[in-house]
Design a protein around this ligand. Structure first.
Ligand SMILES: [Zn+2]
Length: 224
C-alpha cells in the first residue's frame, strides 16, 4: 500500500514539472503566425511559358521556396506544393483552411513588362453576393484585410522598384475563393524578365524573395 502511495506521489510530482513545460511549448507554437505560400500551377499545368522555354510553374515554386527560407525562423511557413505536382484550386484552399493560416499568398507571373500586380478577392458583380454559394463568397469575409495587404505589398514594391508600375486591386480569381483568411494573389514580374541559367535565375529571384518576406513581415507588424 505504501509503495502504491509513493508511486502516485512520484507521478504527481512528475506531472507538476512536465505540464507547465508542455503548456509553454504549445504557447510558442500557437502564437507563431502561419503563412501559406502557394506556388501556382504544377504538373501538367505549366502556367505561362517564356519565349526561351522557361515555365511559370518552376519559377514560382523556386520563388516560394526562397521566400519561405527567409521567413522560417520567425513564422510557421507552409507551401501548398513543394514539388512539380498538379493541385486544384480547392486543394490549395483546403490546405490553407485546414492549417488555419493567418495569411495566404499565391504566386504567379504575367507577361507585361515593368509591372507587378497584387490582387485580393473580388466578385465580378458586387450585387449577387447573397445568391452565390457560401464557398464562393468566403473570400469576401476577409476582403477588407486582404485589400489592405495588397495595397501595402504594392507600396513596398513601389518604394524599391520605382520605374515599375505596381498595382493592387480586386479580381474574381479562383485561387482566392473559399479562403478563410486574408489572401493575396501576386504576379511580381513578367516571365520575359527571367534570365536563362540557374545561377542567373537565383540572382534574379533573390531580391524578390527578400521583398516578399519584408512585405509579409510588415503586414503582421501593421496588425490591420
Ligand atoms: Zn499563373
Amino acid at each position: 500500500m505504501t509503495k502504491e502511495i509513493f508511486r502516485l506521489l512520484f507521478i504527481a510530482a512528475l506531472l507538476t514539472i512536465i505540464l507547465p513545460c508542455m503548456a509553454d511549448a504549445l504557447t510558442i507554437k500557437t502564437t507563431q503566425r502561419i503563412v501559406i505560400l502557394d506556388p501556382g500551377h504544377g504538373g501538367k499545368d505549366t502556367g505561362i511559358t517564356s519565349a526561351t522555354g522557361i515555365l511559370e510553374k518552376q519559377i514560382v515554386l523556386k520563388l516560394a521556396q526562397m521566400t519561405a527560407e527567409l521567413l522560417n525562423d520567425r513564422y510557421h511557413t507552409l507551401l501548398s506544393r513543394t514539388t512539380d505536382t498538379s493541385l486544384s484550386a480547392t486543394d490549395r484552399t483546403a490546405f490553407a483552411n485546414r492549417n488555419k493560416a493567418d495569411l495566404f499568398l499565391s504566386l504567379h507571373l504575367h507577361t507585361q513588362k515593368n509591372r507587378s500586380f497584387f490582387f485580393y478577392f473580388g466578385t465580378p458583380d458586387p450585387t449577387p453576393v447573397n445568391n452565390s454559394t457560401e464557398w464562393k463568397t468566403q473570400g469576401l469575409v476577409h476582403q477588407h484585410k486582404s485589400k489592405q495587404a495588397a495595397a501595402l505589398f504594392a507600396k513596398i514594391f513601389q518604394n524599391l522598384y520605382e520605374e515599375t508600375s505596381h498595382q493592387s486591386g480586386p479580381a474574381p480569381v479562383i485561387p482566392l475563393e473559399g479562403l478563410q483568411m486574408p489572401a493575396i494573389l501576386t504576379e511580381p514580374f513578367a516571365i520575359s524578365d527571367i534570365p536563362g541559367t540557374a545561377i542567373e535565375q537565383q540572382n534574379f529571384l533573390t531580391p524578390y524573395a527578400q521583398l516578399l518576406a519584408r512585405c509579409i513581415e510588415t503586414y503582421f507588424e501593421n496588425k490591420f
